[in-house]
Design a protein around this ligand. Structure first.
Ligand SMILES: [Zn+2]
Length: 345
């Protein structure tokens, strides 16, 4: 079980990067992996601080997780032989760094600039394999420095997405438990409780999730970090990724680039909560309250696409047993589910 050693969350905590590196006894070369914008808002300051502390610091501005980009990063790592990697950016940058950190066995520090999903603290990296999304086990960050002042500058939509990804733990935990009772899979109550508690905390504090409310951001950050820790404890993404994630992956295949991961997963959670015969209304109402999409229209996809996505979702990861694998709903059933939950008209 790998857990972060330092987690620092709060306003203007970016300037504590030196304190963290000193406590972790990091003296060698540091390599910052960052996006262009993230480098401007946070990376630059980190580089300056590290250099002031006499840490030899290099940077790579990465765009995507394309093979070309990955090769550039791998070459840089081979040349510079850094002692530590800094992932400064959103999900893609953090995932890219995670993969390299794991491959080369170099620890990394996660400095998120957006909080659109639970990858900021988890040991899991998402990769796209020829039309089929997959997640791979890498390693958890050695430390997380999450500055709410920087994160609050990111588009509000990313916060909404982060909330959707957290609320979805109500159903992912149910799917994990189902796989345990029906398929005898390992189920860790502690990891499950941690993921579920994150969803409960967002539901309880939904009114605080407002632009400029740093307390709300703080709650969401802690919830997302706890989700990451729950995956570290479980040793897999199962506590945090069930049928609602498969639904989101199916939408990505059928009609990609319309909504963010957490927004799709949130709607998926309404649908699969209905199939689990649990409180889907509460999930929908919380999402509505936060301003997250709850309908196909709000996701920017057609009604038929939602139905189709729900119908094919279980085929995306046949090995991940969920309520969809159990019930195998056909197109007509999926249509009824989407209509009843008012995801479609
Ligand atoms: Zn997710």
């Amino acid at each position: 079980m790998q857990l972060p050693r330092e987690v620092i969350v709060g306003n203007d905590v970016l300037n504590r990067v030196i304190e963290v590196t000193q406590r972790l006894n990091l003296k060698g070369t540091a390599l910052i992996i960052s996006g262009k914008k993230s480098y401007e808002v946070a990376g630059k300051q980190v580089k300056k601080s590290l250099e002031q502390a006499k840490i030899n610091t290099h940077k790579i501005i990465a765009k995507t997780t394309t093979t070309e980009n990955m090769t550039i990063i791998e070459k840089q790592i081979a040349n510079l032989k850094p002692q530590i990697l800094f992932a400064i950016g959103g999900g893609t940058i953090i995932d890219t760094t995670k993969i390299n950190s794991y491959k080369k066995n170099i620890p990394f520090i996660s400095i998120p600039t957006t909080i659109s999903h639970d990858g900021i603290a988890s040991p899991i990296a998402s990769i796209k394999e020829t039309n089929r999304p997959n997640s791979i086990m890498t390693q958890a960050p050695l430390a997380i420095i999450a500055d709410t002042n920087i994160i609050s500058q990111a588009p509000w939509k990313s916060v909404i997405s982060g909330c959707g990804d957290t609320i979805a733990k109500f159903t992912s935990v149910k799917d994990w438990n189902l796989a345990h009772t029906e398929k005898g899979e390992y189920y860790g109550e502690y990891a499950a409780s941690l993921a579920q508690m994150s969803a409960k905390l967002i539901t309880k504090n939904a009114t605080q999730i407002q632009p400029k409310n740093t307390n709300g951001l703080h709650i969401l950050l802690e919830a997302l970090i706890s989700c990451g820790v729950s995956m570290s404890i479980a040793g897999s993404s199962k506590p945090c990724s069930g049928a609602e994630h498969l639904f989101s992956h199916a939408i990505d295949i059928i009609n990609p680039n319309h909504a963010m991961h957490g927004e799709q997963v949130g709607v998926g959670s309404i649908l699969t909560a209905f199939l689990h015969e649990t409180n889907w209304e509460q999930i929908r109402d919380t999402l509505k309250q936060i301003g997250a999409p709850t309908t196909a229209k709000e996701l920017g996809v057609k009604d038929e696409e939602v139905i189709k996505a729900l119908e094919i979702a279980s085929t995306i990861r046949p090995e991940r047993y969920t309520i969809l694998h159990k019930l195998q709903p056909n197109y007509e059933t999926c249509k009824t589910v989407a209509k009843t939950t008012k995801v479609i008209d």
